[in-house]
Write a protein that binds this ligand. Sequence first.
Ligand code: SAH
Length: 221
Amino acid sequence: MNAIEPRKIRLIMELRQQGIHDTRVLAAVERVPRDVFVLSTFLDQAYDNTALPIERGQTISQPYVVAFMTQALALADRSLRVLEVGTGSGYQAAVLAQLVRRVFSVERFKSLQRQAEENFRRAKVHNVVTRHGDGYEGWAHQAPFDRIMVTAAAEDVPEALKEQLADGGLLIVPVGRDGGHQRLVRIQRVGQEFVEEDLLPVRFVPMLFGLAPEGEACSGR
Ligand code: SAH
């Protein structure tokens, strides 16, 4: 692909116009080479402000949604412990990794986890740790987390994720049915209370239960 820079600058300007005002988030998006995380077929669209298909019928999120969710996570301190559920291409994790020392990310497809690891190497992102697992169970061994971001839509907020949230921590999760009305919800833990806030209507692939069977075919998306 020729001339990535002008496309990147145009994308950053668009994100600003759409209300992304956190300069650290804009700088993080600017630093991550999204072209590394998209399929080669979509290379010419790598810096378009759109979601794109990846392997296994999944998607790499729209840059605006990535930036919005990252901003909403309020990553003011590099020492915050962050968990992402739904590694996918690894792009969102790579953006988070610019803002904190270490990111933990769980993916139910082994093949996507492997590809994401390869993408991190190519993008020179060295502070994301991935796990092949079911995000509904979180990552108990590494809990508690100050921030948790789910990048697939759950019908209900997963209980284990609430439990693995540190006091004062934030959880961002798209809630709603597959293909139906989904809303991005931010939950703050205050002791044993969970204060919920609606942020944005969104459209994500579904958060599915259990590990994906090896060799599972595309779901037809
Ligand atoms: N954050 C990704 C978005 C990928 S799409 C990116 O930036 O590219 C959502 C991802 O969530 C898919 O890869 C899907 O396989 C994964 N997923 C869905 N349900 C899951 C679950 N229960 N546990 C872990 N990952 C899950």
